[in-house]
Design a binder for this molecule. Sequence first.
Ligand code: MLT
Length: 246
Amino acid sequence: MILLHGFPLNADMWRPQLEQVPHGWRVIAPDLRGFGPASEIPAGARALTMDDFADDVDALMDALEIAEAVIGGLSMGGYIAFALARRAPERFTGMVLADTKPQADTPEGREGRRAMIALAQERGATAVADQMLPKLLGSTSHETRPQVAATVREMIESASVGAITGAVEAMLARPDSTADLSAISWPALVMVGAEDVITPLADAETMQTGIARSRLVVLPAAGHLSNLETPDAFSRAIADFLRSNM
Ligand code: MLT
């Protein structure tokens, strides 16, 4: 199983799931292009697209000699999974779509993306963390899980401005994937935190309705970063899905 992280985090966000790998499975969580310690996006590089990130996953699978896998992602990781499903459907035996959505950005959403690029370039990753943290976590986490907020802040603050800019450009240009849902023929687990205000329950329901062999799991007391906010429930849902479908 390959798990793709959300924005503007890195592979460390999957630590709870990497500590609870279902028996008999191998889980791979890469840092996406620009994120994590080993990768930099040079200043002046061309704008990235979701296809670039999808091609990176495809190349990683080649390098690891993995023909097919359960491929999943949270939020931006889900956008990348949709791009890869369009480009290389033969790679998928199953799919995990957590706190994500198939729609493209709205015009207002694109304005917000441009403002975020400006914010990152003028004031750095800390300002991005200040802006995003209130919405990334659910109300329960804000009230009762200060350590999750601290972990997320640390991850965001470690992101380079080049990585933030590259990912935001790719997200704002991403195509709508709604029409592609019906082509997803493999089993899919759709998950959403009940307190997710970025990609709320209605988006998860759209995916569950559109994908024939899918199931929806709503995680109570979790927001957009459901895998970090309620890690045991998230990992359990994955283990149940793998056990009953793979
Ligand atoms: C993410 O968690 O990857 C982002 O919030 C997604 C987005 O901004 O659309």
